[in-house]
Design a protein around this ligand. Structure first.
Ligand SMILES: CCCCCCCC/C=C\CCCCCCCC(=O)SCCNC(=O)CCNC(=O)[C@H](O)C(C)(C)COP(=O)(O)O
Ligand code: A3P
Length: 359
């Protein structure tokens, strides 16, 4: 079809018409159609302020898993509900209803408890080996931005679970909501060991220190660290691997949109090409490859790590915490993901530093 001879009145807006619209306008579903004498490519314009439809569909899996776990825990006769309630009673806890309800299950001790190291390893093996990230100039630029995004999510993981200028945010949140370390049996440490009356409150600032001193961390809102880490880590890998492979193999007909410095809204690839970095020069083509092959070894390793995260998230959803603690774990992870992957789409200065995966 020749785009120059169109007797019909125009039913669509041109890219420049759409770009001129104020950035605060509601998410658009208009189609941008660019024509040449030989091909027509159609791209859906998405809001730069929100994840794309595919990203939203993937993100929706997380609350769906948490909801499924909560419903399963209520309906299953073998799962005591709420699972965390056992921690609040003096009696010995009931036997675990399944292997994965045990805190010492192998996947928990070897995978989740070292979760950030696994996620980092999967990410590193993908970015170092995947052919889509080849090409001299491209490689350096893409690697630098990818490592900066890794640093951003890693800082968020550190602040939330490990250290935030003192106790981590999870520990601070627990104390802000009235939580305390109660002595339950014996006091260990400070050179003495002996019985301590149950219920005595000890001045301890972190869950780990409380546990180490033989106390029980109780009374506050305990954001689920597992839900936080598993959501943050798995979606980080989905972003870093997914966009690179999807663009390389042209699996997705959708594009992330970005706000340019002049306020115009454009497809992310258009911006990259303008700056001379979007074309995959010197990069082996991935079009037509089955997805498993296109992922490469590093991508398959990352996919396996994502699979384990999803499985362990389901186990946490069924056997641990209250639904509200799991919900806050999810929200805190989503906040970090938004800042790393969506904020740069509408803040050009930030995009100039951390870039977008695959662009
Ligand atoms: C991306 C960088 C590219 C550089 C390439 C270099 C290549 C390096 C190759 C491999 C290095 C892999 C090791 C990287 C280390 C990165 C730093 C770490 O992640 S070390 C920390 C490991 N620890 C964890 O992962 C702990 C995870 N656990 C938790 O956060 C918590 O236990 C919990 C939140 C899951 C639960 O809390 P709890 O109180 O209930 O236990
Ligand atoms: N999927 C899972 N498998 C095993 N244990 C889990 C788990 N999810 C959460 N837990 C345990 O439940 C407790 C609270 O988890 P979190 O706050 O990280 O979500 C932690 O116990 P411990 O801290 O005693 O190991 C953690 O190990």
């Amino acid at each position: 079809m020749d785009g120059t001879t169109d007797p019909q009145p125009r039913r669509y807006k041109s890219p420049s018409d759409l770009a001129r619209a104020p950035p605060s306008s509601p998410p658009r579903t208009a189609r941008i159609t660019s024509t040449s004498t030989t091909t027509i490519t159609t791209t859906r314009r998405n809001s730069p302020y929100l994840p794309t439809p595919t990203e939203l569909a993937l993100l929706a899996l997380y609350p769906a898993i948490l909801l499924f776990g909560a419903v399963y825990a209520v309906l299953s006769p073998t799962v005591p509900y709420p699972a965390a309630a056992g921690q609040q009673q003096q009696q010995p806890p009931p036997p675990p209803p399944s292997y994965f309800a045990r805190k010492d299950n192998l996947l928990n001790t070897l995978f989740v408890k070292r979760g950030w190291a696994w996620i980092t390893l999967a990410f590193a093996s993908f970015v170092v080996t995947h052919p889509a990230l080849a090409g001299r100039r491209r490689r350096l630029r893409l690697l630098r931005a990818a490592v900066l995004r890794w640093a951003l999510v890693t800082v968020w993981w550190v602040f939330v679970t490990q250290w935030f200028f003192g106790p981590a945010l999870i520990d601070r949140g627990f104390r802000w909501t009235g939580g305390k370390c109660e002595a339950v049996a014996t006091v260990v440490g400070e050179g003495r060991e002996g019985p301590s009356p149950a219920g005595v409150v000890k001045e301890v600032l972190t869950a780990a220190a409380c546990k180490a001193s033989g106390g029980r961390w109780s009374g506050g809102h305990d954001i689920s660290g597992h839900v936080f880490l598993l959501v943050l880590g798995s979606f980080f890998l989905v972003q870093e691997v997914g966009w690179v492979v999807a663009r390389w193999g042209r699996y997705l007909g959708e594009e992330r949109c970005v706000v340019m410095r002049d306020g115009a809204v454009k497809g992310a690839a258009v911006e990259a090409e303008r700056e001379g970095g979007g074309r995959m020069e010197g990069v082996e083509e991935g079009v037509g490859l089955p997805v498993l092959e296109a992922l490469g070894l590093g991508g398959r390793f990352a996919a396996a790590v994502v699979g384990l995260c999803v499985w362990m998230l389901l186990m946490t959803a069924i056997y641990f915490h209250t639904w509200f603690e799991k919900l806050t774990g999810l929200l805190v992870a989503l906040a970090g993901l938004y800042v790393t992957y969506v904020l740069p789409r509408w803040v050009p200065a930030l995009r100039g530093i951390v870039g977008l995966p695959g662009i």
